[in-house]
Design a protein around this ligand. Structure first.
Ligand SMILES: Nc1ncnc2c1ncn2[C@@H]1O[C@H](COP(=O)(O)OP(=O)(O)O)[C@@H](O)[C@H]1O
Ligand SMILES: [Mg+2]
Ligand SMILES: [Zn+2]
Length: 340
């Protein structure tokens, strides 16, 4: 692993964690200073803390113990009053917990599992994003299952145009369900890999992002890349003589991550070497039972013309094909804007 990327990220995590904790504390201070009841109770608590420190000075064991118990009772009473007042203003002490990005590791990047320390999946994913410069995944906040709007798909059946007896709306409803099940069942061997097929502007990349987002949310690691960039990276790696450890790491991730998303398959320039590499990746992942999502603007016919039949059949046989139909949403969005 590239130690520079690693140490930079570690630092970023430390800063982020501190920031979140500071934010939480200053929020608590703000609430307590603006509310008279809370402010007074907090002052009392501080007094008790001082008294508690002074207990150490009492030499008589029994007296000290009794005093200590007294203080603890008082402290509990004050805490109860604080909770009561917080509840009145619709808050609780939990409102002042830091809002970590990752609840698993509390933004430390490390989790303890079965007595051992492990790197948290969020940290692994951040490393992947860093090494792959997955800036194209930035849209994840915007493109998720909640924001995927099926209102853009017509409810009219057009068998002549689309060749199916279902409306684009019905089709996308079904695909969305399949996609969600896929995203939340990456470890489930009985759930098939996915292939999105359809014209441009039908939401394939959007839904791929939604899947990536959901998977990462559930602690899975994802490499998302368009076919041209992915293939270039792979070819660079395969035919370079001195490979850095970072390059090796990056290459291995393609095989290791829980989900590999290859977007826009068919837009890369094809050579025999590339084809062999692509097949190797897909085949290895299939054998390891690791999920793949492929998206393409080509039709099945066009795919068969472009790739070797024997190989493509093997791929197709292991994928659940989702055919997107409807009208270009990019254009629809534009005309909505014009009309509004
Ligand atoms: N279901 C949807 N809800 C909202 N916006 C969508 C939806 N599907 C696609 N879009 C938007 O339409 C445009 C094209 O979608 P995209 O996913 O890139 O299509 P494709 O990958 O099929 O070419 C993008 O700007 C995207 O954000
Ligand atoms: Mg796309
Ligand atoms: Zn984490």
């Amino acid at each position: 692993m590239d130690s520079k990327i690693y140490s930079n990220l570690k630092r970023e995590y430390e800063i982020k964690k501190l920031q979140k904790e500071e934010d939480a504390l200053s929020y608590k201070n703000k609430v307590f200073s603006e509310n008279e009841i809370l402010h007074k109770l907090d002052e009392k608590k501080n007094m008790l803390a001082i008294k508690s420190a002074k207990l150490m000075l009492i030499s008589d064991d029994i007296t000290r113990r009794i005093e200590k118990e007294n203080l603890e009772i008082k402290l509990k009473e004050i805490d109860a009053k604080i909770e009561k007042e917080l509840k009145r203003i619709r808050l609780s002490m939990e409102s002042f917990n830091p809002k970590y990005d990752c609840n698993l590791c509390k933004d430390t990047g490390i989790i303890k599992s079965k007595g051992k320390y492990e790197i948290c999946s969020c940290f692994n994913q951040a490393l992947i994003n860093e090494t792959y410069k997955q800036s194209n995944m930035k849209k994840l906040d915007e493109e998720n299952f909640e924001t995927f709007d099926i209102g853009y798909y017509s409810k009219k059946v057009d068998k002549e145009k689309y060749g199916v007896n279902k409306s684009p709306f019905e089709v996308i409803e079904n695909i969305k369900n399949i996609a969600y099940k896929f995203a939340t069942n990456l470890d489930n061997k009985s759930v098939n890999n996915l292939m999105f097929i359809g014209n441009t502007g039908l939401g394939k990349t959007f839904l791929a992002n939604a899947i990536a987002n959901e998977a990462i949310k559930n602690g899975k690691t994802v490499v998302y890349q368009t076919a041209p960039i992915l293939m270039d990276k792979i070819m660079d790696y395969r035919f370079s003589y001195d490979k850095t450890s970072n390059e090796k790491e990056q290459y291995n991730k393609i095989f290791e991550v829980d989900l590999l998303i290859i977007d826009d398959l068919g837009t890369e320039t094809m050579t025999n070497n590339k084809f062999t590499e692509l097949f190797k990746i897909i085949n290895t992942r299939l054998l390891d039972g690791k999920k793949i999502l492929i998206s393409t603007n080509l039709t099945l016919n066009e795919l068969y013309k472009r790739y070797e039949e024997r190989v493509l059949s093997r791929i197709i046989g292991n994928f659940n094909i989702c055919r997107f139909i409807g009208e270009d949403i990019r254009l629809k969005k534009k005309s909505y804007k014009k009309n509004s």
